[in-house]
Design a protein around this ligand. Sequence first.
Ligand code: GLU
Length: 442
Amino acid sequence: MTPIVRYAPSPTGRLHLGNARPALLNWFYAQANGGKFVLRMDDTDLARSTRAFADGIEADLTWLGVRPDILVRQSERTTMYDAARDRLMAAGRLYPCYETGDELDRRRKRARALGNPPIYDRAALRLTDEDRAKLEAEGRRPHWRFKLDGRPVQFNDLIKGGQTVNTASMSDPVLVREDGSYLYTLPSVVDDIDMGITHVIRGEDHVSNTGTQIEIFEALGGNVPDFAHHNLLTDADGQGFSKRLGSLSLSDLRAQGYEAIAVAIMAVLTGTSLPIEPYSSFAEIAEKLDLSMISHGSARFDPAELDSLNARILHTMPYSVARPRLEQFGLAHEPMWDLLRENLLKFDDIKDMARLVTGPMTPIIASEDREFISLAAKRLPDEPWDGDTWGQWTSALKAESGRKGKTLFLPLRLALTGRPDGPELKSLLALVGRKACLDRLL
Ligand code: GLU
């Protein structure tokens, strides 16, 4: 059976690191199992969903490296939800309710004060036809609740193991709003059935929804998919990421110059037993990652780890991978890349780093080193240069000046690169060439 998975964001904001996690887990699952990946825009909340956010989410996923096989928008599938609603009504599973938000609040408060669970008391089920007619004559429009079986619903979660959600301790969920629009619960099930979704991989905040949704799958006679609920990514303090918390949005991370694969690895492997490493491709992660590796504990994101992973990815990035981007900067030169990549924290740092080779750069020569650097300029070997040139030059300088170690090498580095650290001087010398080196020493 070909797995079909879906990632179902609500386009009420852009994606952040936390919601990249289910996107990637679904994507890797599809990749590893020869499956299909559906991107479903859960845009039934017309007041909060926008096309601009939906387009932004698509752009975020493209940047991340996730390529949906199919894209659907719930706002275009209302007729299917209407048909399912009518079937549930006909089966007596959907019933009209007339309480206002304030009335429900008051009832919940009263229940709590009496020490009862604040669940909906199903008062609407006791309304007669006349009661309903009277309420409608007052101008009230019904919202519709699904009548739960009120039983322990069991499922075998592919991450968390056997789960039981007792729907007896839940309020009958509202599926249809007063204005006839749908809340997330019913459209999600209708789509999962219609698209033959085999695996629902989503955050553990949905476990109790799963209990409700399994009842709806069964009421509609659909196949119940397998469920896998992953731990949620949190910040260092254990707080969840919110869409309104912009700093870790994918578009911001992109603007800050992080590699998409570094962001993806952090989003998906934090809180799993697969180590955070500079994997070279999604295929490699998809092959190694199994849902069983996702921890049952927390998944705390560490920004310092993202920085270090990003750097590690750049330090070993093959020239063939870097080249198209280097071409855009006019810096496509393999030996230069191989020398400088180890010094990069972000890819764009190459623009500054490359000036160590191409110039312009400002040499630093301290007054107490002036004489030594003049000597170095005098003793700079003639071309052609080879792999031994650096060694010959510095041995000669050591013998003649009596300097060694840091006092020998640091002034040379400062003069040749204008900084106290950076790429290996031996290779840099060869790339810079005699004329430019001499200019820096004089
Ligand atoms: N739109 C829902 C969300 O963003 C989808 C949950 C699901 O995957 O079913 O939480």
